[in-house]
Design a protein around this ligand. Structure first.
Ligand code: ADP
Ligand code: MG
Length: 829
């Protein structure tokens, strides 16, 4: 390791603008050489001057120009963390927070004790930490504890163009924190970093920044990328089309890495498997000379022979394609204006190998997956050069679009799709849909091909379809319910959420729905009862938080689940509720077996597995009261079984459970348990406790707690005698929706059709389906959810009666469920 002499350009910057301190950094010559090639290095002086002169700076530049890895280093060298302050960087994705902290530590030859990261469940931050990468959610939680973020000297909001909800809120909050800190004489610098995409939402938003912050653009050395559209858009099999395109590229085009964009983890794995099968990579014997072990050689030859056999005709059997939403299939335009070089046959123009000159298509393909939930050590592989004699092919989801830059990519294959969760902002009904990406995303994806040399991007859709894409995708905050955000803000004493300087505000409808839910959960103080005033106050959206709400805000889960946690003070039930809430928060604990199978063999396999899992679920659901607890009892049973038995991959695999989800549930249980323990000193819950199954009476209590949290997610079965229209057969009515909803076929209560249920969520596919269903007793409703009831009968109906056991007079009240008018049975008061 050597201290590399600083270049003249680097030295010159010291003169005018920098603080007198200069913290030297040791870098290896290779690192120094690589970083000097980054376009941002040429702008260091301009950037540092702007930061010195201004509290807020917007820095935008192409992905890969060096923003994330270099700016923290500039600040470190300039002494921003020299007197105990921290340089904080927020990322919307966990992957980026982890990999970037490792990369920066390596570049600076510092240990992770100094350059650290913190994500939801883990981190390596120490007292010595000077540069801290974290997810945006982590910083938001820190603001709750220390509103002025006194630990930090600089906060960098990275990837601001992704417009993640937490990033948006952080920008809003920091726009207020920064002037406070200035007034206090302990200034905080804020840097918003973004790809070159629609930065006006930050700069031209007078409510956010009355004086627009300076914008520094970093010109990246981007090599030209030739974009090739398909003549036709494949209707459904875009994954298969990706496969064929990669085969062609590998077959016909000169060396250079391939990056494929697909929509989700399952697709990524399927394509990786298929490519590995087609172009197997076996570690090559060290040299091919005689001394090689005969075994190795045999393997290698066999693989080569197999490749030769596979190449001419690719076997498309036994490959299952993840179905895309039907809504998208009619989007094929198919007709083009004829201006582009069409490319169904890879007519690349320059760069194509002449016939006979064919690339070494027996070259193995070094195939790597890349997606958010992939283990960090596996993610890191994409940054290392592929083994010699192979071509790198990374199959990725959106993470490779802007967060991570993979070296050596020359060809991009873009399926043009993206998987998104869609919500109804008011009812919260959600659906996962695979839709077309935006033009901005497609261009970002294409840009990945031109980082190191001129590249090519193959779009598996026609240019006519492309011109129909949205220009940008809408910020997340405008697309989902916001009750969790509103609660977090109220906990920060931001009462009038509607006045908050959002870069793009959520709709008023979404804000009102959130506020109403929080009032009915008891998290906000009910506005005064007198009718008109109540309306007015609701309209102003300014109800202050209640003590219960403050407790709820401490739990990193949805307010409905937080309410359950806050209610279940009884020690004997806490571990169960913590487990159920964790399992509901992590979602998708069970594998999906409903995907269409391609081969008969696969179909049988899926069917067998599904049957086995259904049987296990029945066992976990138990008998009697447990059975009525339904899908939530299944969650509890599954986690219990896993924790009680062996917590192994095999156990999960055998029982249709996702191992990753199980691991995450365990972590969340730990975190919630710690929070609960810190809240109540008299209770102490331990997370490792192997839970015995709950008793009958505990289950009843659990069902009641769950109902209290899911009060607005209640549904009543339409009885056969009430049936007016066939479409309501076996259906349920909910207060929020006019349409019939059904119990999901995978629910253990599917055939039982209890009279009243609460559900975790509604997913819309062919019908509206309730998932995570649990039966409730109607007589509980007036007691546990009085806020939803009208007690409109006098106490005397039915007449009061004397109870000899207690010696008390019993009164009964009848009620109706508001909005819907369901008659509820009389309850004792
Ligand atoms: P930006 O934030 O502007 O998109 P980055 O700072 O992330 O750019 O990346 C700058 C360069 O550093 C990229 O071109 C990439 O090749 C390189 N780089 C980033 N992370 C790693 C890593 N983990 N290993 C090797 N190179 C990396
Ligand atoms: Mg970056």
């Amino acid at each position: 390791l050597v201290t590399v002499p600083r270049t003249e350009k680097e030295m010159s910057r010291n003169s005018s603008c920098e603080p007198a301190v200069f913290i030297p950094v040791l870098r290896t010559p290779e690192i120094q050489e690589a970083r000097l090639k980054l376009p941002i290095l040429a702008e260091e002086q301009v950037i540092m001057e702007a930061i010195k002169e201004n509290s807020v700076v917007v820095l935008c530049g192409e992905t890969g120009s060096g923003k994330t890895t270099q700016v923290p280093q500039f600040l470190y060298e300039a002494g921003y963390s020299s007197d105990g302050g921290i340089i904080g960087i927020t990322e919307p994705r966990r992957v980026a927070a982890v990999t970037m902290s490792q990369r920066v530590a390596k570049e600076m030859s510092l240990s992770h004790r100094v350059v650290s990261y913190q994500i939801r469940y883990e981190g390596n931050v120490t007292d010595e930490t000077k540069i801290k990468f974290m997810t945006d959610g982590v910083l938001l939680k820190e603001i709750q504890k220390d509103f002025l973020l006194m630990k930090y000297k600089v906060v960098i909001i990275d990837e601001a163009h992704e417009r993640s909800v937490y990033t948006d809120i952080l920008i809003g909050l920091l726009s207020r924190i920064v002037p406070f800190r200035k007034k206090k004489g302990q200034p905080l610098k804020m840097i918003i970093m973004s790809a070159t995409l629609r930065i006006e939402d930050f700069t031209e938003n007078k409510r956010l920044f009355p004086t627009p912050p300076p914008v520094i653009k970093v010109e990246a050395r981007q090599f030209p990328v030739t974009v090739h559209f398909n003549k036709r858009t494949p209707l459904d099999d875009y994954a298969g089309e990706c496969f064929r395109k990669v085969c062609k590229i590998h077959h016909m085009l000169p060396t250079g890495g391939i990056l494929v964009f697909l929509t989700g983890q399952a697709e990524v794995h399927a394509l990786c498997g298929r490519l590995r099968k087609a172009f197997p990579y076996h570690r090559r014997p060290k040299s091919e000379e005689k001394e090689d072990s005969a075994d190795d050689m045999k393997k290698f030859k066999k693989a080569k022979a197999r490749r030769a056999k596979i190449l001419p005709r690719i076997n498309l059997d036994n490959y299952s394609v993840i179905p895309i939403d039907e809504g998208d299939e009619d989007r094929d335009a198919g007709i083009d204006d004829g201006e582009e070089a069409f490319d169904d046959d890879l007519n690349l123009g320059d760069g194509v190998l002449e016939e006979g000159e064919a690339s070494d298509s027996s070259l193995p393909l070094f195939v790597l997956p890349l997606y958010s939930l992939l283990a960090p050590d596996k993610q890191a592989k994409v940054f290392r050069p592929p083994p010699s004699g192979t071509r790198l092919c990374v199959v990725a989801t959106n993470v490779a679009e802007t967060s991570l830059t993979i070296p050596g990519i020359k060809y991009v294959v873009d399926c043009g799709k993206v998987k998104k969760r869609f919500y109804d902002k008011v009812t919260g009904v959600s659906s996962f849909r695979i839709t077309w990406a935006s033009q901005a995303s497609a261009n970002q994806r294409a840009g990945r091909a031109g980082r190191t040399e001129p590249g090519h991007c193959y779009r598996l859709y026609s240019s006519a379809v492309f011109s129909d894409f949205e220009t940008f995708s809408l910020p997340e905050i405008t697309r989902r319910p916001v009750e969790d955000l509103v609660l977090q803000m109220k906990a920060l004493n931001i009462e009038k959420v509607v006045n908050f300087p959002f870069p793009t505000p959520p709709t008023t409808d979404a804000l009102i729905a959130a506020e109403e839910l929080l009032i009915s959960l008891g998290a906000l103080q009910e506005p005064s009862k007198s009718g008109r005033l109540k309306e007015l106050e609701r309209a102003k959206l300014s109800c202050p938080i209640s003590p219960l709400g403050r407790t709820m805000a401490l739990f990193p889960v949805s307010p409905r689940y937080a309410k359950m946690l806050a209610l279940s003070g009884q020690q004997s039930c806490l571990p169960y509720i913590i487990t159920i809430v964790s399992a509901m928060t992590v979602r998708e604990l069970f594998e999906e077996f409903d995907r269409p199978a391609v081969s008969e063999e696969e179909k049988m396999k899926l069917k067998g597995k599904k049957a086995r899992v259904a049987q296990m679920q029945k066992i976990w659901a138990g008998q009697g009261s447990s059975q009525k607890f339904g899908d939530l009892m299944v969650l509890l049973g599954a986690v219990g079984a896993c924790e009680y038995g062996q917590f192994t991959y095999k156990f999960c695999e055998d029982n249709g459970l996702r191992y990753k989800a199980m691991v995450e549930i365990r972590r969340l249980r730990g975190q919630l348990t710690t929070t609960v323990n810190s809240l109540c000193s008299d209770v102490s819950v331990s997370v490792d406790s192997k839970m015995a199954p709950p008793t009958e009476s505990q289950v009843t209590f659990l069902r009641q707690i769950v109902m209290a949290g899911l009060g607005d997610h209640i549904a009543k079965r339409i009885q056969p005698e009430e049936l007016l229209d066939e479409k309501w057969r076996n259906a349920y009515k909910t207060p929020l929706l006019d349409d019939p909803v059904f119990i999901h076929p995978n629910s253990v209560l599917f055939r039982q059709l209890p009279d009243f249920v609460v559900y975790q969520e509604i997913i819309e596919t062919s019908k509206m389906y309730m998932k995570g269903v649990s039966a409730v007793e109607p007589k509980w409703i007036p007691v546990l959810l009085p806020q939803y009831c009208h007690f409109d009968r006098p106490l005397e109906t039915p007449p009061p009666s004397f109870c000899p056991e207690s010696g008390r007079v019993r009164c009964h009240r009848e009620s109706t469920f508001y909005r819907i008018g369901w008659q509820l049975p009389a309850v004792e008061v």
